[in-house]
Ligand binder design. Sequence first.
Ligand SMILES: [Zn+2]
Length: 107
Amino acid sequence: MWWRWQQADGRLHAYDRTVTVPAPDRSFPALCGVQVTPADDDFHLGGWPRPTCWTCDREIRVREGFRPEQIPPLPGEDPSAPEGPDRARTRACPAPRRSGPRRPGPR
Ligand SMILES: [Zn+2]
């Protein structure tokens, strides 16, 4: 296989291992076309895996010559299509609530 998966910037992205060797704090071009930078934590297994980058997944399928029916639409690309296979949207963490220390109002 010419590709590998690597967690970076909160997603599981794929990269071309013939030209890329991921390292902590060193950015690399993911197959989806985004430049991502893995952190040290992204190299330790365990915990909850990051949601898959479906654009990277699609890029692998396209380059590998998958048949069209084996290449699902990207989440959000086709409103009638089900969510991504890993249900990334429903599995995503809720946005953090903005709740700082409350200051007393002016008197
Ligand atoms: Zn990606």
